[in-house]
Design a protein around this ligand. Structure first.
Ligand SMILES: Nc1ncnc2c1ncn2[C@@H]1O[C@H](COP(=O)(O)OP(=O)(O)OP(=O)(O)O)[C@@H](O)[C@H]1O
Ligand SMILES: [Mg+2]
Length: 372
């Protein structure tokens, strides 16, 4: 039976200094897939390992199906093998001297099931990952994607209460990765498992997660649906990490409800969404995704301006333009195989206010946010 996972104020400090996980709290409903997304070193694996019991948390509580499995302040620490949690890692971690069936059967050995029960579970798990016809194959004769599906079947065969996956696709080539990414969500949903999935790949997070949690420096900055993370990033870091690579500096001149006016360096006014706490007078960076800049918008649309094209990069399926506008240089992307605006030309663009997000921040903050 899949179970609810509840993490409250989780902290892990290694001997070497600053916290790897710093006061992280979230809940995963039974049957829900949550993805932790963030740059290298932000604490994703450490969080996962604390849930698995492979790492001893410094503080905070972790409960599964309402039962505490880790609560250092109360002296509770359930050993990993009693937690009934399935795990899949980056490396294939299959036993090379065994067949597919033997690999998948392995976790059942010590569980006292009848032979018939074991066979049924193995057949179900292999069918779920589309390897029904491969049971007697030595795993060394499988592709990387197939090996990873064996690892997945093995982690699900004992019907764990929770499945943990740590970048399970990162060793696969690009094509396999895309295929298995789509398969993974279907497989986990079909099995009805609660899952916590860790990655630094935004697209993987969006495709797989019911909700995404964005982490930085051990902290959970935002946890919400993929659509909310992409359209209402909680702060400048979340916006930048998920691809809002343009930053237009300015000062807030007015605010009405969730939106407000920003005066930009060239004296123009830009209407933008503003998170709570951004007030008139504040210096802000307005973050905009290149894909959200509209070319040749109809008259009357908001934030419609004339921009000068200062550079152009033809990418086949789309063209990226550097645009001088609002006292800044920003990138805009137009989808399609045509290149329509030469360098030096003027183009009318519109930045929909819904897609312009004003965060209280300095230019240095914005530069530091851009992922390398
Ligand atoms: N055993 C350890 N001893 C000391 N420090 C550690 C240990 N394991 C992790 N850390 C540190 O904790 C921080 C978080 O590491 P973690 O492995 O959780 O990051 P991550 O988000 O999984 O990164 P990546 O995307 O690179 O896998 C890092 O600064 C790391 O150096
Ligand atoms: Mg990691």
């Amino acid at each position: 039976m899949s179970a609810e996972l509840r993490i409250a104020h989780l902290r892990k400090v290694f001997a070497t200094g600053k916290p790897a996980v710093d006061d992280v709290s979230f809940t995963i409903a039974a049957g829900e897939i949550v993805v932790l997304l963030g740059p290298s070193g932000c604490g994703k694996t450490t969080t996962l390992r604390c849930v698995a019991g492979l790492e001893h948390p410094t503080d905070g509580e972790i409960s599964l199906a309402g039962e505490p499995i880790s609560a250092p302040a109360r002296g509770i620490l359930m050993p990993p093998r009693l937690r009934n949690i399935g795990m899949v890692f980056q490396s294939y971690a299959v036993w090379p001297h065994m067949t597919v069936r033997e690999n998948v059967a392995y976790p059942l050995k010590s569980r006292g099931l009848s032979r018939a029960d074991q066979d049924r579970r193995i057949a179900d798990a292999l069918a779920l990952v589309d390897l029904g016809g491969y049971a007697d194959r030595p795993v060394t004769q499988l592709s990387g994607g197939q090996m990873q599906r064996v690892a997945l079947a093995r982690s699900m065969v004992y019907e764990p209460r929770l499945l943990l996956l740590d970048e399970p696709l990162s060793n696969l080539d690009a094509q396999l990765r895309l295929r298995l990414r789509d398969d993974l969500r279907r497989i986990v949903k079909k099995a009805g498992l609660t899952a916590l999935y860790v990655t630094h790949d935004q697209t993987e997070a969006v495709v797989l997660g019911d909700r995404i949690g964005v982490m930085r420096d051990g902290k959970l900055l935002q946890m919400a649906s993929p659509e909310e993370v992409y359209n209402r990033p909680a702060d400048l870091f979340v916006a930048a990490f998920t691809g809002a690579s343009n930053f237009i500096p300015g000062q807030v001149t007015a605010r009405d409800g969730e939106f407000g006016a920003v005066r930009t360096a060239d004296g123009a006014t830009l209407r933008a969404w503003m998170p709570q706490g951004v007030v008139p007078g504040a210096n802000v960076q307005v973050a905009v995704r290149p894909e959200n800049i509209r070319f040749t918008e109809a008259a009357g649309s908001e934030n419609r301006v004339t921009a000068k094209v200062t550079a152009q990069r033809y990418l086949g399926m789309q063209t990226s333009y550097d645009l001088s506008v609002f006292g800044a240089t920003i990138e805009g992307i137009e989808v399609g195989t045509a290149v329509r605006y030469p360098v030096g030309s003027e183009v009318t663009v519109a930045l929909p206010p819904e897609s312009c997000w004003a965060y209280a921040a300095s230019a240095d903050d914005a530069r530091a946010m851009t992922p390398h």
